[in-house]
Design a protein around this ligand. Structure first.
Ligand code: FAD
Length: 349
């Protein structure tokens, strides 16, 4: 295990950094900041119903009907693949697969739009990988893939610990200014701790009023829920991306099966017709789905946060305190790059 190196701030004092949040953003921050040499206290309670507990995460920057990718998402995906290589080099099993990602065209117009997108390779109808089909063909994103979120989070946590991040399995119940530019955090274990910098990666959850007062503001974002259902069908050789998608879910023994998902509804448990709707959305592309026995008892639902301009947010709300989040539907694509940006922000403050 590496020794923890306390990084001096500009005034020569030791920087002690708190990261709050056990999702992919918090885990990525803890890893990046610890590897950069900061003394990291990582407040990571149980994942519970956090969005990062999603059963499968597609790594797909080619989004929307046009399939166009934001340049920042393409750059972020390259960072994610670099992290995947680094984690493997460290002897960890991050559960990421550079399989490529499939988009299907639902009409000639969408097929023409896909053909204009750099990075997407057009596929004719007879060249689509099974089990998927479309009379209009589709497009192939060779730089995409998917990951098993449990494995990815575990690998990030192990690497953060190997770089001496101190994981506290507690929720933060109090956050307040402590004078001299520091922040005092108190976990539900009751023990207070002082920090020079605080990064709050609390996902789509609401903040207590006292935090908003202490920080002089709250994050602003829209909350959108979505559902994922195991299909009982074999995992596809490649994931299918789109507003409704198909990807492999990995069970405790490491076997993958197909799951379908989508997310465009108000927060709350899945409505009774959620599975039927997803089957309706995807049946044209995957006919066997109509005969599948969807495990509605094993449905997963979660809430994701969408920020300004639908872009991830790294915002200093008060001196030394950042909100880091609003990762929308591509948190596993962007979290590594956002974490590296946060390392730069913390160092230059
Ligand atoms: C249905 C669905 C499908 C998705 N599919 C994909 C996909 O295919 N690919 C992809 O890249 N992304 C996907 N996403 C999006 C992705 O899941 C999110 O962008 C990402 O998980 C958000 O991570 P986060 O760490 O910001 O938030 P979260 O995962 O919500 O984590 C926030 C964490 O903060 C903790 N927390 C909150 N308050 C406190 C406190 N006071 N003290 C301590 N801890 C606290 C919570 O307990 C939680 O652990 C999907 C999301 C949904 C809902």
């Amino acid at each position: 295990m590496n020794a923890r190196l306390d990084v001096p701030a500009a005034d020569g004092a030791v920087q002690r950094v708190a990261v709050v949040g056990g999702g992919v953003m918090g885990a990525s921050l803890a890893r990046a900041l610890a590897r950069a040499g900061h003394a990291v206290d990582w407040w990571a309670a149980e994942l519970g119903d956090a969005a990062s507990g999603v059963p499968v995460a597609l790594l797909n920057p080619y989004r929307g009907r046009s399939g166009r990718a934001h340049p920042d998402d393409l750059a972020a995906l390259r960072v994610t693949w670099r992290w995947d290589a680094e984690l493997r080099d460290a002897g960890l099993t991050p559960g990421a697969h550079r399989s490529g990602v499939l988009r299907l065209a639902d009409g000639a117009r969408q097929a023409r739009a896909f053909a204009q997108v750099p990075g997407l390779q057009p596929l004719a109808a007879d060249a689509l990988p099974p089990p998927f089909r479309s009379a209009h063909g589709g497009a192939w994103a060779a730089d995409g893939g998917w990951l098993d979120p449990r494995a990815w989070l575990a690998a990030l946590g192990s690497d953060a610990a190997a770089h001496a991040a101190n994981r506290r399995c507690q929720r933060v119940v109090a956050l307040e200014r402590a004078g001299a530019g520091r922040w005092r955090l108190i976990g539900d274990g009751g023990e207070p701790s002082l920090h020079d910098r605080v990064l709050l990666a609390t996902g789509a959850g609401a903040w207590p009023v006292a935090w908003v007062r202490a920080l002089g503001g709250a994050p602003t974002f829209e909350r959108l829920a979505g559902d994922v259902f195991p299909t009982g069908l074999p995992a596809p050789s490649v994931p299918l991306a789109g507003a409704s998608y198909v990807g492999p879910v990995v069970d405790d023994l490491g076997f993958a099966a197909a799951a379908i998902g989508g997310h465009h509804r108000a927060p709350g448990p899945a409505p009774d017709d959620a599975a039927r709707r997803l089957v309706g959305n995807l049946g044209w592309a995957w006919p066997e789905l109509a005969e599948a026995r969807l495990r509605t008892d094993a449905a997963w639902w979660g809430v994701r946060a969408h920020g300004e301009g639908n872009r991830p947010q790294l915002r200093e709300l008060a001196p030394g305190a950042w909100w880091v989040g609003a990762l929308a539907g591509r948190g596993f694509v962007v979290a590594a790059a956002v974490a590296e940006a946060a390392v730069r922000a913390v160092a230059t403050r």
